[in-house]
Write a protein that binds this ligand. Sequence first.
Ligand SMILES: [Mn+2]
Length: 292
Amino acid sequence: MQSIIDVHGYAVGIGANDEGCAQGPEAIYQAAWFSQLQQQHPNIHPHPIIHPVHLLSLTSKYNIIQEASTRLARQTAQAVQQQHQFINFGGDQSASLGTWSGAYLGNQQQPLGLIWIDAHMDSHTPKTSETGNIHGMPLAALMGHGDARLTHILSPQAKIHPQNLCLLGIRSYEAGEADLLEKLGVRVYFISEIMRRGLQPVLVEALQHVLRHTQRFGVAIDMDAIDPHDAPGVGVPEAAGLCGHEFTRCLHNVLRSYQQQLLGVEIVEFNPQHDQYDRTLHLVRDIVKAVL
Ligand SMILES: [Mn+2]
């Protein structure tokens, strides 16, 4: 990234069962490496962290998340309008509602490519979700499916078209969300295909796929895509994931050829309460360095 990079933090965890990832942005902002990074890269501009407001008028998690992710969407849209790139830190993955709604609106509602790296599909609607957790719904909502409070962030239209989306690293999902993605024709790279073919060729192919009909794209990174050995600090760990070191290496190799088209990156679901010896925090650092 060579332009100004606006950094946003979304300290919301109520989209998940375990709310600890609300503390993710603060842990990152306070880390010594984050200060050093700002000294080395004066083009990095951290913005104040967004905290959820608990007002009497906001009676449900849907309303609280709608309000907070709308603020994240406005910040992200402003960054994109100003030709800045962005790095958004969650928070649970309801952050993605704000990040990609904002990126879409800031990019003058041009079709947006999206690479979604995750152990899960996050493509439930309130009807298919067994848990009712909103962090399992953002991808469906970005494509226009689900509760209007999630699908109408900043504007009522769908923010991501299924043809401009790829999921990578999937290994845990329910039938309802898998059915939706299949019905919509979304390309899903399950972990088995990545293990068989290697991450880098799959990442290159996924980028080419999401850029067939778009000029600009973004990358959503759920830390639970990474193997729990390398990233224990997440809310919903799933065994047998991506190798952290290989992931950062491939991300760096692939993204450097697409810098002009990269709008921004979000890193979500980092839960400091479950981290071990700062392994996950340091992997977040390595991912940030890999995309810079
Ligand atoms: Mn996720």
